[in-house]
Design a protein around this ligand. Structure first.
Ligand code: HZT
Ligand code: MN
Ligand code: MN
Length: 426
């Protein structure tokens, strides 16, 4: 056996051990992931935790039986459609009555099927990320990382056309790039030792999408950045609730994020929220529907409402705190009228392939390649130009800056807020 293979085998063994024992933190390269208050300044530290109450069966503690290389469907690990609940949070103030209200409990029961789909998708997300967190290393190319995540998702969710599968392309954005980078064919970009990598992937069951993301580093100098963004995302999650104003969520996130700073190469830098990125509503087969959740203060009086599903995500940056589109596009989705078809024959055939395989879910060029499409670029461009398909190019801050992200999906149930994708990792 070559030394490379021996190293790989040792790696796999380590990952297996980490899975067998969820308390094992040997692979927790970005340190302090579980402990929250690492380098939190005094002002932010004194803020007390409200409405944090875990359910009996802790999400994240149930992955016993999964293999290191992700082969066991979660339906097998949790028979009878009984998946772990996410983190349960009682509503505050005027809405606290909801938890015990018989009327709200009756309404809650009407949403059980959707909740089962969401919890199953969330369990897949937790098990996939627990495995890949121990296997993603500098030196790997991004395609190998994406395929590890995507093949793991397909296996654990038991991919079944549009009824279950990948929710959107695996985001693998490095350093100053914050979002929407995934390799296209022929991209041989490799992870470097000092990279800050955002891993953003989605799982869907019957159109119910879990959207959750974390940041990986292999150098502890970035810990303050990661701690700032983790804290900011958890603040947004805590602040979210029925009747809460979106602008107030943004203000709370900004305050926490900006209470941190980081020293890099002897220079102390502020950590800024990326003000033109935000969280969002998630609808059936629709990754962003309706509302946006800002990560800076604004005067938007729009409120969160009962029954809504939200991705709460925050991005922190050592740069300008503002992203622009940069580089080659990989992510796309049908957002316009798929029936108002382009006349161009090449585009028409491509659109029928897209609709059949992805519906309105986001897809990437690699996904077109794997369903057998080739030389589709002009057709794809036609669909984008005619407004049927939306392009989502990589979003990057200024070169030389570093960006981090944490994201969870939560639902505002009639009785309680449930943070579906919560795990023991983040
Ligand atoms: C778009 C395309 C995708 C949604 C947020 C996001 C990854 O920035 C309104 C608010 C996947 C997701 C999305 F392929 N975007 N979450 N996770 N990206 S967004 C957006 O376009 S639209 C935020
Ligand atoms: Mn995401
Ligand atoms: Mn999102």
């Amino acid at each position: 056996m070559s030394t490379a293979n021996e190293a790989a085998a040792a790696e796999a063994k380590l990952a297996e051990l980490a899975i067998a024992n969820p308390e094992n933190e040997a692979n927790d390269s970005d340190g302090g992931e579980a402990s929250d208050d690492g380098d939190k300044p005094k002002a932010a530290k004194s803020k007390k935790k409200r409405n944090k109450k875990r359910s009996k069966k802790k999400a994240g503690a149930g992955a016993a039986g999964q293999t290191a290389d992700l082969t066991v469907p979660v339906s097998q690990l949790f028979p009878g459609n009984s998946y772990p609940e996410g983190e349960i949070c009682e509503y505050r103030d005027d809405n606290n009555y909801r938890t015990a209200s018989e009327e709200m409990r009756a309404k809650d029961r009407l949403g059980e099927a959707r909740l089962t789909d969401l919890r199953r998708a969330a369990e897949v997300h937790r098990e996939v990320r627990q495995s890949v967190r121990g296997r993603i290393k500098p030196g790997m190319d991004l395609t190998a990382v994406a395929e590890m995540i995507e093949n793991g998702t397909r296996a654990l969710v038991e991919v079944d056309g549009l009824a279950a599968g990948i929710g959107f392309p695996t985001g693998l954005s490095r350093n100053h790039c914050a979002a929407h980078y995934t390799p296209n064919a022929g991209d041989h970009v490799v992870i470097e030792a000092d990279d800050v990598l955002k891993v953003d992937f989605g799982v869907q069951v019957n159109g119910s999408i879990i959207d959750s993301a974390f940041t990986m580093t292999w150098n502890d100098r970035y810990d303050p950045l990661l701690n700032a963004v983790r804290d900011a995302t958890n603040t947004g999650i805590r602040e979210a609730g029925i009747d809460v104003r979106l602008g107030d969520v943004g203000a709370a996130i900004q305050e926490v994020m900006e209470s941190y700073e980081i020293e890099l190469d002897g220079k102390t830098l502020p950590i800024r929220p990326i003000r033109n990125l935000c969280g969002h509503n998630i609808g059936p087969y629709t990754i962003h529907s309706g509302k946006s959740v800002p990560i800076v203060a604004n005067n938007d009086p729009t409120r969160m409402e009962e029954g809504e599903l939200f991705a709460i995500e925050t991005f922190g940056s050592t740069g300008n705190g503002y992203v622009a589109e940069e580089g080659v596009c990989s992510h796309y989705a049908v957002t316009g009228d798929a029936a108002a078809n382009a006349r161009l024959p090449s585009a028409r055939k491509l659109l029928s392939t897209i609709t059949a395989n992805f519906g309105t879910l986001p897809f990437c060029r690699r996904y077109l390649d794997r369903v057998g499409e080739s030389r589709y670029y002009l057709g794809l461009k036609t669909l984008v130009d005619s407004g049927i398909v939306t392009a989502y190019p990589p979003l990057c801050d200024n070169p030389g800056s570093y960006t981090a992200q944490f994201e969870h999906t939560l639902i505002l149930r009639p009785t309680v807020k449930e943070v579906l994708s919560r795990g023991d990792d983040y």
